[in-house]
Every structure is written in structure tokens, then in C-alpha cells.
Design a protein around this ligand. Structure first.
Ligand code: 13P
Length: 288
């Protein structure tokens, strides 16, 4: 099945009270592991690409080619969206050109008027080309791909202003942080989430920083209107731990254990296990 935008999968998720996972990709192994797991679980899925990861993978055209090739060769029949994550204005335009099916324009660091103007322009382009678009209000804390956010709770009125521009989904800061959560993290602000949801009605809300949020908080966030949850660091940690174990056990020194197809296999299996666990927790299994 060719790439789809994220609109239908998120509308269904919102109505069905579950969330679709966005898993960020870094290379061929990551992409293959996520696609195969989504297919096995019969779940819709969103592949997230940071601008830095896009560069690392030799540009957006290469990413589109790789993902489209895999959809065909691996016989992927579940809905898959290829989504730019935390895109700049220029990055969003480049991904639209390259054939992504969805983009995020992160204008949260601009004054609200400028965020609105730029989001509005991109909404019009995405509408014309049939892409979905995510906007952000209130920056997400922590550091991700060189982007440092202070972590704040979004203003529900500003969320409504951006939602009314016709975006497909909205990321609102609710005390969530990218990467590992610090010991003294105050938790998600469900008060903010409920207020944002009240103002934005049926708009699917996006929860960034999915790594390390306790399962009960994830479930509560979904019950309050979150329909897309982003996970990145957790897959990286799972890959790193499994690869470390393989090497520490000396397996790379045994036989052809140095072959990258063997060396990277435990990490790939660890990514698959993480994605599977998240799909189960988010409730999107068998919703393809
Ligand atoms: P984590 O790295 O904390 O899982 O966050 C992912 C994310 O929000 C990507 O946009």
C-alpha cells in the first residue's frame, strides 16, 4: 500500500479512543523493524524523521525512496505515514517536494503571530497536495536533534487559534520532555490537556516525548484526547543495550559474528520489541 497521510488514521484513533504511535527512524534497520512490527500487529503507524536524521540518511529523497521501496518489498498493507518531525519552515517545504505524506511545522519558538502566519501558509500547501500537517504550541522540553525546548504548558487559547487554521493534528506542551525524564519531573499536566481539548474540540492531540512516560499517564492522556504519541529515545536505548550485550558477550568475535547483518540483529529485535509494547499500550493493534 502506498504512503498515506495521517488524517484518516488519527480521526479513527480519536473516535476509537486509542493513539497511533510515531516512531522516529534513523536508518534502514530502524525503518524495517518498525514497518514489520506494525504489519505484524495490524496497526497503523507513523514514521517520524527529524531534519538531522534526514540529512544523515542522505536527504529526504533517499528517505522517501527507502520507505516506498520497503512498503512494496515487505508487502506492508497497514496504513503508513511518512512524517517530518519538528520541521522548520524550509524543511517542511523540502519534505513536501520530496514526497513525504505528512509534515510537522514546529513554529513554537516564534511569537504566536508569526507561528500562525507560517502555519497558515503551510496548511494551504498541504491541503492542495493532500498531506497532513501537525503544528505545535508551547515548546516541548528537553533536547532533541539539537533543538532545545524549555518545556512549558501551552496556552489553550493559542492552541485554539492554531487549530482553527485547519491543521490535522496539534502538539501542545503539557509538561512533557524529549529524552529521559529527570527524577524530579512533575508529570504531565492533565489540567492543561483537558483545557486544550475543550478549546480544540475534535482536533487530534499529539503527545511528544513518549519515552519513559508511565503507562497510567499514557492511558489518561489518551482518554483526554491524545491520538498520536511520539517515541524516539526508547528505541535508541533498546538498540544500544542489545548491541552492547552482543559485543560484551564477545559474539562479534565468534564465527561470522562481525557481519553487520548479525551484529545489528539483536538491536533490530530490541526495536521491534519496544514498538510492539508501545502499540499494545497505545491500543492501536488491529486498528489498521
Ligand atoms: P522521546 O525521544 O522522548 O521519545 O520523544 C520523541 C518525540 O517526541 C519526537 O518528536
Amino acid at each position: 500500500m502506498p504512503l498515506v497521510n495521517a488524517k484518516e488514521m488519527l480521526t479513527k484513533a480519536k473516535a476509537g479512543h486509542y493513539a497511533v504511535g510515531q516512531f522516529n527512524i534513523n536508518n534502514l534497520e530502524w525503518t524495517k523493524a518498525i514497518l514489520l512490527t506494525a504489519q505484524e500487529m495490524n496497526s497503523p503507524v507513523i514514521l517520524g524523521v527529524f531534519e538531522g536524521a534526514g540529512k544523515y540518511m542522505c536527504g529526504y529523497n533517499t528517505v522517501v525512496g527507502m520507505v516506498e521501496g520497503m512498503l512494496e518489498t515487505l508487502n506492508i498493507t497497514v496504513p503508513v505515514a511518512l512524517h517530518l518531525d519538528h520541521g522548520s519552515y524550509e524543511g517542511a517545504k523540502a519534505c513536501i517536494e520530496a514526497g513525504f505524506s505528512s509534515i510537522m511545522f514546529d513554529g513554537s519558538h516564534y511569537p504566536i503571530d508569526e507561528n500562525i502566519a507560517k502555519t497558515k501558509e503551510l496548511v494551504a500547501i498541504c491541503e492542495e497536495k493532500g498531506l497532513s500537517i501537525e503544528a505545535e504550541v508551547g515548546s516541548i522540553g528537553g533536547e532533541e536533534d539539537g533543538v532545545v525546548g524549555a518545556g512549558e504548558c501551552a496556552d489553550p487559547d493559542e492552541c485554539k487559534m492554531i487549530a482553527d487554521l485547519g491543521v490535522t493534528m496539534l502538539a501542545a506542551g503539557i509538561g512533557n520532555i524529549h529524552g529521559k525524564y529527570p527524577e524530579n519531573w512533575a508529570g504531565l499536566s492533565f489540567e492543561t490537556l483537558a483545557a486544550v481539548q475543550e478549546k480544540t474540540g475534535t482536533m487530534p492531540l499529539v503527545l511528544h516525548g513518549g519515552t519513559g512516560i508511565p503507562a497510567d499517564m499514557i492511558k489518561k492522556a489518551i482518554s483526554l484526547g491524545v491520538s498520536k504519541i511520539n517515541v524516539n529515545t526508547e528505541c535508541q536505548l533498546a538498540f544500544q543495550e542489545a548491541t552492547r550485550k552482543y559485543i560484551e558477550a564477545g559474539k562479534d568475535l565468534e564465527g561470522k559474528g562481525f557481519d553487520p547483518r548479525k551484529l545489528l540483529a539483536p538491536g533490530v529485535e530490541a526495536i521491534k520489541a519496544t514498538v510492539k509494547e508501545k502499540i499494545e499500550l497505545f491500543g492501536s493493534a488491529n486498528k489498521a
